[in-house]
Design a protein around this ligand. Structure first.
Ligand SMILES: Cc1cc2nc3c(=O)[nH]c(=O)nc-3n(C[C@H](O)[C@H](O)[C@H](O)COP(=O)(O)OP(=O)(O)OC[C@H]3O[C@@H](n4cnc5c(N)ncnc54)[C@H](O)[C@@H]3O)c2cc1C
Length: 451
């Protein structure tokens, strides 16, 4: 028999165990996780934020997607304070500008990583990167969450968990009931590889009659359908979509363009084999998309593919089944329940799981609805809440509140709830959403009734 040493193996690969404790464990550093972390820190709670990537921002940076849709209601800004503070800082630092119209803030994804991280650290938060959650167990009146890391197993003991993984990983591991995609067949919105293009000429784009924001930044939405039809007929376009969702110039460098224009359908981001296929297909489409822009769109003649997103963008996976579930009827009826923790007015926007269309409700939809606290709280579990795109909702309702400022505000509500639960010595499920809202806004009765 060959010994280990004879095969060149000189040591055992024994995993180091790292044990940490915190009052509040936030898992996932996207918009929702950032919102939860900042709110809990503001309330004096100790927070450890754990993220599988080496930076914060979620889809805003991990997918390279710095387009934050802060959709207003009749001119009223609905985002909460954590979002406003982030935008204010990034604007001061020249890494964010207001997109076309009132609804969009465009961030440099690289700066987003740095600014979020700085804000968390300056507020006294702790960060742990490159750790993937793989188990959650109840220990006494708290939780033990176990993460896989290179060469280590990390165990974090916490009284409260905010699950902002986007995929509700923590709630699923803790035993919550889950839903996935749409009710009819479980299919989800497709994934999209966001594409960064360099070598763009804003002057040529402007000369062709296209919009330039602030006179320098290219910006367009739901565009280039005719050019895509021509390219498809010429065999140069096989991406399953009929137009490009968005094109916008990078804050600070108008020659760099970000494009939301690829589409990968029928694969499940919760399955590593599917997720791998999606990355490969997304990168293939990224190349095709860059070639399309070079050939068909003015200003892109000398453009080149700068990068595909660090990961493919994931719009939808699973969600918790909570004490309350937000439905499309709630959205359409402008329901504003007493326990609403934040508000949203963004029209339901569904990239179809099959076919080439994107179904937007008309922007004149004119509804304003509240997101009930019960949508954050999983049934039958104590002191763990979901935040962001994985709260309890139908596929259609999630097509509305999934925008990043709203997800950040849901996170802010989750972090505020943890603060209140500690102050009152109660469980998260015992809290009333109206109290959470009151603490977030400092306003006792909300003037949010919709006519
Ligand atoms: C292609 C695309 C285009 C979009 N367009 C827009 C747009 O124009 N404007 C807009 O406002 N919104 C847009 N959205 C929606 C928006 O980006 C998301 O809905 C939003 O980012 C959700 O925020 P979140 O914090 O809930 O989740 P995410 O942003 O998905 O963040 C989840 C975080 O958790 C981490 N994580 C996941 N699992 C684990 C684990 N097991 N352990 C540790 N960490 C984990 C992830 O790495 C990630 O950082 C788009 C989304 C996509 C994919």
């Amino acid at each position: 028999m060959e010994s280990g040493n004879a095969r060149g193996i000189v040591g055992s690969v024994r995993k180091k165990i790292i044990e940490l404790t915190t009052e509040c464990l936030v898992i996932g550093g996207g918009p929702a996780g950032y919102g939860a972390t900042m709110a809990a820190l503001d309330g004096g709670v100790s927070v450890l934020l754990v993220e599988r990537h080496g930076f914060l921002g979620g889809m805003g940076s991990a997918a390279g997607l710095g387009c934050f849709i802060n959709y207003r209601f009749r001119g009223e800004d609905l985002a909460e304070s954590v979002y406003h503070n982030l935008v204010a800082r990034m604007k001061r630092e020249g890494t964010c500008y207001k997109g076309d119209g009132e609804h969009i803030d465009l961030f440099d994804p690289e700066a987003l990583k740095r600014t979020m991280e700085t804000n968390v650290l300056q507020r006294g938060g702790r960060l742990l990167y490159h750790c993937v959650l793989n188990n959650v167990t109840r220990v006494g009146d708290g939780w033990a969450a176990e993460f896989s890391a290179k060469g280590s197993r990390v165990v974090v003991k916490a009284r409260f968990i905010v699950d902002s993984t986007g995929d509700a990983d923590a709630c699923a591991l803790a035993g919550a009931t889950m839903s996935h995609g749409r009710r009819s067949d479980g299919k989800t919105q497709p994934m999209t590889m966001v594409v960064h293009i360099g070598g763009f000429d804003p002057v040529a784009w402007g000369r062709a009659g296209r919009d330039l924001i602030d006179g320098i930044y290219a910006g367009a939405g739901d565009c280039f359908a005719a050019e895509i039809r021509t390219a498809r007929e010429a065999g140069e376009w096989d991406i399953p979509r009929e137009n490009i969702s968005m094109v916008w110039g990078m804050a600070g460098d108008p020659t760099r363009i970000l494009v939301n224009g690829t589409r990968v359908q029928g694969l499940n981001a919760g399955d590593p084999l599917d997720f791998t296929r999606a990355e490969i297909e997304g990168r293939r489409q990224a190349l095709q998309l860059a070639a399309f822009f070079r050939k068909y769109i003015p200003g892109f003649e000398k453009a080149f593919l700068l990068s595909s997103g660090p990961q493919i963008g994931v719009r939808e996976t699973r969600r918790i089944v909570g004490l309350n579930t937000l439905t499309e009827e709630d959205v359409w009826a402008s329901r504003m329940p007493e326990d609403a923790v934040t508000r949203c007015a963004y029209p339901i926007d569904l990239h179809q799981p099959v076919g080439v269309t994107t179904d937007h409700e008309p922007e004149k939809a004119d509804y304003l609805y509240g997101i009930p606290y019960g949508c954050l709280v999983p049934e039958k579990l104590e002191n763990i809440v979901a935040a962001g795109r994985c709260i309890s909702a139908t596929h259609e309702a999630a097509g509305s509140f999934r925008v990043m400022p709203t997800c950040m505000s849901i996170g802010q509500a989750a972090g505020t709830a943890v603060v209140l639960a500690i102050e009152h010595g109660c469980a998260l499920a015992e809290l009333n959403g109206a109290c959470v809202r009151e603490r977030m806004t400092g306003v006792k009765r909300r003037a949010v009734a919709v006519g």
